[in-house]
Write a protein of this length. Structure first.
Length: 474
């Protein structure tokens, strides 16, 4: 079977990412020899990690590189960055962007062409095997050297196959102006956000706000729970991270690795998931029977217009909120996702990354080097760093960024503030261990059936557990 056919078979068997792809390895780099000064791998290719990342390769003949982006919401920003890079370096950066939820499918198609992506994106350990034949070992690169926390990188032995390029956080975004208005109402269940530090108090406040929504001038407490296929990732990936984190954070081993290696899902905290999911859908701008047609864009527009007080999303959502021109920057704040777990009063936001850059080892050495040069420029040059912070909105995990070069948008600042709170523990992104994209899709479909009254919660849980076992053994 050819290399591409093997990868295609793996991809079709388990589509791995909601926006990102899958982790990878470098079949061309023998990890046992990666520190030798002049070695070849088992397939005869050069071990580029031994002497930097092709530091001795001439890139003067490279005219263009190809970057396959997975975030449609910032595609125009990348295109502007590419334009600047060509003006400075004379090399064209061709930016292509996959549709939401279609990255793996699009990458599979592009990798089969004669002019494949030279830079692509992977989502960490869960998809480690899917594209191993296409990923270069970048352990000798300057970009990897700049990573502040190297434990975040995708590794295999001494090799590094994915470099994290952004640390992100998500939780419940709230409009502080609306909350302040609520606290002033008669009989308010809390007097400040400081009192809302567990699910019981959150539910009490939310239900009272729903009863007073006309007084507060909102259509619902939460924005629409978008359950349209392809737009349900906030629930079948990000929200399900909560029960996964608590189930697999056993105190032994890494939580992501534990999740990744779990042959079965006990779903110990399914009822906690139900707590917050029901709170979202029962106190929403939109009736449950209409949620199947709602998108993330719809819900963000509701929050941006001041139609709701809260919405679950990540720091990448600031651009959508800002476009609305209604919610003041000073009023955009974060609250952790509380589900009723014991001790959650000291729980922080969900923080991590599923965003890694990989270099395609199947293109020639000069193009690999030129591709890495672009990434180094992006995260070290004055223009690049400003674009990363101000346009892409990334909290980049590289030592090249000074304190005065970090993001200033309110959500990024909130993520950093929650991460620095003494005594609080961030919830690690355990969803990287979900068996497959199919499991996510099936779970999302079950959630839609549940809110539409076509499936009871016990069936949702049983189906999720059965699907986990099936997908893990595939």
């Amino acid at each position: 079977m050819s290399k591409f056919k093997k990868v295609l078979a793996g991809a079709l068997a388990g589509m791995m990412a909601v926006g990102a792809l899958a982790g990878c390895n470098d079949s061309g780099s023998n990890n046992n020899n990666s520190t030798s000064p002049s070695t070849s791998t088992s397939d005869g290719t050069k071990d580029n990690a031994a002497k930097g990342f092709y530091d001795d390769v001439d890139t003067s003949g490279v005219k263009s590189i190809y970057f396959l982006n997975f975030k449609p919401e910032i595609a125009d920003k990348y295109e502007a960055i590419a334009k600047q890079y060509k003006e400075e370096k004379g090399i064209e950066v061709r930016v292509q962007t996959a549709a939401s939820g279609e990255y793996e499918k699009y990458l599979t198609s592009e990798m089969g062409k004669s002019d494949p992506p030279t830079i692509f994106q992977i989502n960490g350990p869960v998809g480690y095997q899917n594209w191993k034949d296409y990923c270069a070992d970048v352990s000798g690169s300057k970009l990897y050297d700049l990573v502040s926390d190297k434990s975040l990188a995708v590794k295999d032995g001494d090799g590094v196959y994915g470099i994290p390029y952004v640390v992100e956080g998500y939780g419940i975004i709230y409009n502080n102006a609306i909350m302040t208005k609520y606290f002033a109402t008669e009989g308010a269940r809390a007097s400040s956000m400081d009192e809302i530090n567990n699910y019981a108090k959150l539910a009490e406040v939310v239900q009272d706000m729903t009863a007073k929504k006309e007084e507060l001038g909102i259509d619902g407490v939460f924005g629409s729970t978008s359950l349209k296929q392809g737009d349900d990732w906030r629930w079948q990936t990000h929200l399900v991270n909560m029960p996964l984190y608590y189930e697999f954070n056993t105190g032994t081993g890494d939580v992501i690795t534990n999740c990744l290696e779990a042959k079965e899902l006990e779903f110990k905290y399914a009822d906690n998931y139900k707590n917050i999911f029901d709170l979202y859908t029962n106190n929403s701008v939109t009736e449950k029977n209409l949620l199947g047609g709602k998108t993330v864009a719809d819900s963000m527009a509701e929050f941006a217009a001041g139609k709701c007080a809260m919405i679950q999303n990540g720091n990448w959502a600031w651009g959508d909120i800002k476009k609305g021109g209604v919610v003041s920057e000073a009023d955009v704040k974060y609250l952790p996702i509380y589900t009723g777990i014991e001790g959650e009063e000291k729980q922080g936001l969900c923080v991590g990354t599923e965003n890694y850059f990989a270099i395609n080892k199947e293109v020639d050495e000069a193009t690999q080097k030129a591709s890495m040069d672009f990434l180094v420029w992006l995260f070290t040059s004055d223009y690049g760093k400003k674009a990363v912070v101000n346009d892409l909105g990334f909290v980049a995990p590289f030592t090249s960024f000074g304190d005065d070069e970090k993001p200033t948008d309110p959500l990024a600042k909130e993520v950093l503030a929650w991460m620095s709170k003494d005594g609080y523990t961030s919830v690690k992104w355990s969803f990287a261990g979900i068996p497959s994209e199919k499991w996510k899709s099936d779970f999302g479909a079950s959630l839609l059936e549940y809110v539409q009254g076509q499936k009871d919660w016990t069936k949702v849980v049983d189906d999720a557990k059965a699907s986990w076992a099936t997908e893990r053994s595939a």
